[in-house]
Design a protein around this ligand. Structure first.
Ligand SMILES: [Zn+2]
Ligand SMILES: [Zn+2]
Length: 243
């Protein structure tokens, strides 16, 4: 064994000692998400969720969207909770990138369940054979600089692999103010003005991936941008539907 490989393995072992895997939900050593935290995840029952905005109990009436979002259907895996916030924060802000496939798997599970539920037009909320490509809500240049990676690209890549669909890098965001500094209307204007569709998307059916839906501003702006450029439909998938 050469010196470089020995050094690499020692460094790896040292890292494991210095930073043993801890549960991102409760900090307990062992797994990335421990059994107790996994059991406490607030899975949304897709039969009761709003087909248009994925609000957890919006199937009969929904104040979250009034059924006027541009998405063909919207599917989220989890409602908001403390554990869920810890998962999202660990992934986005603490660079726990091993969560990307975990998050993608949660979304794939929700999409699978939603395939048995009708969208607002009566067709299944999700059908992989009716999707041409996976796209994602791109990070703003500011968050990309701050984090050093586009977290949704990682999730979208993992999800596309899981669903055996191609990933399409068609949405680009120019510099704009940080969404977190802005109110509801400001968020919508901010992202809409900064979005560009950089490839021909005419006639395509997309699965658009985002992490957390709260107002739906980013998701809807991306959907509108794709539809304005001639995309046929946008089905949205998110990890969390917050309020
Ligand atoms: Zn835990
Ligand atoms: Zn709704």
């Amino acid at each position: 064994m050469d010196i470089a490989r020995v050094a690499h393995r020692v460094a790896e072992a040292a890292l494991e000692v210095a930073y043993p895997t801890r549960c991102v939900g409760c900090g307990r050593p062992g797994e990335l998400i421990c059994a107790d935290c996994r059991a406490a995840l607030p899975w949304i029952d897709q039969r009761e969720a709003c087909p248009c905005c994925s609000a957890p109990f919006g199937t009969l009436t929904c104040t979250g969207c009034k059924y006027d979002w541009e998405t063909r259907a919207c599917v989220a895996a989890w409602a908001a909770s403390r554990t869920v916030t810890h998962v999202v924060t660990a992934f986005k802000d603490e660079r726990e990138l091993r969560l990307a496939p975990v998050i993608a798997a949660a979304m794939a599970t929700a999409l699978d369940e939603a395939s048995a539920c009708p969208a607002t037009d009566g067709t299944p909320r999700f059908d992989a054979t009716a999707i041409d490509a996976v796209v994602y809500v791109p990070a703003s240049p500011g968050s990309y600089r701050r984090r050093g990676f586009d977290h949704m690209r990682l999730v979208a890549t993992a999800l596309a692999g899981e669903l055996e669909l191609p990933l399409a890098d068609v949405l680009v965001r120019a510099d704009a103010r940080d969404q977190r500094e802005l109110g509801r209307s400001g968020r919508l204007e901010n992202i809409a003005g900064s979005l560009q569709v950089c490839q021909n998307v005419a006639g395509m059916d997309f699965l658009l991936v985002d992490d957390v839906i709260t107002t739906g501003a980013s998701l809807r702006a991306c959907t509108r941008a794709l539809l304005a450029r001639g995309a046929h439909s946008v089905t949205a998938a998110a990890l969390v539907r917050g309020w």
